[in-house]
Design a protein around this ligand. Structure first.
Ligand code: PLP
Length: 454
């Protein structure tokens, strides 16, 4: 790798990273944060910019894996947090409070599939609760998930997330994506191929009496859109077979628009998992869905919500479905989330985000084409991926078949030129990325491409 300039520019990062690796496995607190030769250690941030410990400045297109839709340190969010903290006088009550109701009402207003809500501290916990609700509602024990779809780092769903290049068969392959995963989870997982309707239909039919839920990212990885009728057909079939349809909108919620992917495609799931943007930069998750299903976790007695006809099979017991978490519904987190949503609700915010994203996508494609590099950008709203191939991208395998070696080299050069993305990852934009910032990015991008073809 021609990264001598990277090594020179990031010497202090290397030093701090080495120290971290003495005490923290791999020197990172989440595996995804690692990249070769070592991850850059950041020191401060403002708007679109990140500053590392060596004093280098980067235009940030990772934005904490898409969470920071308003960029770093948005003033409305900071003010809201400071005011909330001054008013309530504590980080957390450990009791119900009004912000929970306020946020729940916002979500019910915006998401067609949400009638009631529970909060969690991460996207992981949100998908986990959604799956538990589906199992309880149906009394079934299998979960169907799509190959290449990520739902968090826990045993039940760390399966077939990262198909390897050598597994490029067009039928879905069951893989365990971590050490330490017991077989018994995999035995109850049914793997489906995204955007391949005939196979999906056949597999669901085969397991129609056992599958409790189908969980999916309606836009795979936040960037590969579903084929036109795929979601609609899946909605109809899961309904017919009595399976709960879970949309994992942790990445797409409030990203692709105020109502996430379900708002764009007009398909309403039974349960929705949210996270990322919802926390305004703080740890958060939420599950929302139909009242009857959500009420399974209500411990309240005497609340006459379920009629006899609505009683699901597992409700013969006295115990509700258990859901808990010391920090669930954290007031400061919800304050940051509400302040973020308030900004996002202003007219023109999403069109502006889409305009700057289009400016960047078109500019990158134009530059790469000029240098004779086959490429395309693939995405929805303000997230996209840069795929170095001109073949259609409908599944994660299509990305794996693209020129990843060149993409990896390009990403190192992008870091050298002060464009921050996690190598091989997606680009996310924020409201702080003005047209001028995009122009600046494209100048740096061209320098990176030039240094590759020299
Ligand atoms: N679901 C999707 C679609 C995600 O993209 C992620 C995180 O990237 C998760 C779930 C897990 O969320 P968290 O990292 O907050 O646990």
């Amino acid at each position: 790798m021609e990264n001598s300039s990277f090594l020179r520019k990031t010497a202090r990062s290397a030093q701090i990273y080495r120290e971290a690796a003495r005490w923290i496995p791999g020197g990172v607190t989440a595996n995804i944060k690692y990249f070769d030769p070592y991850p850059i250690v950041m020191d401060s941030a403002s708007g679109t910019y990140l500053y590392d410990v060596d004093g280098n400045q980067y235009i940030d297109y990772n934005l904490c894996y898409g969470a920071l839709i308003l960029g770093h340190g948005n003033q409305s969010v900071i003010d809201a947090i400071n005011q909330a903290f001054a008013r309530i006088g504590t980080p957390i009550f450990g009791t119900p409070h009004r912000l929970e109701t306020e946020m729940a009402r916002v979500l019910v207003d915006m998401y067609p599939g949400i009638e009631k809500v529970r909060f969690t501290n991460s996207g992981l916990e949100a998908t986990l609760l959604a799956i538990r609700l589906a199992m309880a509602w149906t009394g079934r024990k299998k979960l169907a998930k799509f190959e290449g779809h990520y739902h968090g780092s826990y045993d039940q769903v760390l399966i077939s997330v990262n198909p390897q290049q050598r597994n490029l068969e067009r039928h879905p392959v069951k893989t365990l994506d971590s050490l330490g995963l017991p077989d018994y989870y995999a035995e109850n997982i049914v793997v489906l191929p995204f955007n391949e309707w005939d196979q999906t239909e056949e597999i669901l039919h085969q397991h129609r009496h056992e599958i409790a839920a189908v969980i999916m990212e309606p836009i795979q990885g936040g960037f590969i859109p579903p084929d036109e009728t795929f979601l609609k057909r899946l909605r109809e079939l899961t309904h017919q077979y009595g399976m709960v349809l879970i949309f994992d909108e942790v990445k797409t919620g409030f990203r692709t628009g105020l109502s996430g992917a379900q708002g764009i495609y007009g398909v309403v799931p039974d349960l929705t998992a949210l996270g990322k943007v919802l926390g305004g930069g703080f740890p958060v998750g939420a599950v929302g869905g139909w009242e009857e299903v959500m009420e399974l976790c209500s411990p309240a007695s005497g609340v006459d919500i379920l009629t006899t006809e609505q009683q699901p099979p597992s409700l013969g017991q006295d115990q509700p479905l258990f859901h808990s978490g010391t920090y669930n519904g954290h007031p400061i987190v919800l304050t940051a989330g509400l302040a973020t949503i308030q900004v996002l609700r202003k007219p023109g915010v999403y069109p502006q985000l889409e305009a700057t994203t289009t400016q960047l996508r078109n500019g990158m494609e134009e530059i790469l084409n000029r240098y004779g590099i086959a490429c395309q950008t693939v995405g929805v709203g303000s997230i996209f991926n840069l795929v170095l191939s001109d073949l259609p991208v409908r599944r994660i395998q299509d990305v794996l078949e693209s020129n990843l070696t060149l993409r990896r080299k390009l990403d190192t050069q992008l870091l050298n030129q002060g464009i921050f993305i996690k190598p091989l990852n997606r680009f996310s934009l924020s409201t702080a990325h003005t047209p001028e910032v995009i122009d600046e990015t494209l100048e740096r991008f061209e320098l990176a491409v030039k240094s590759l073809v020299r």
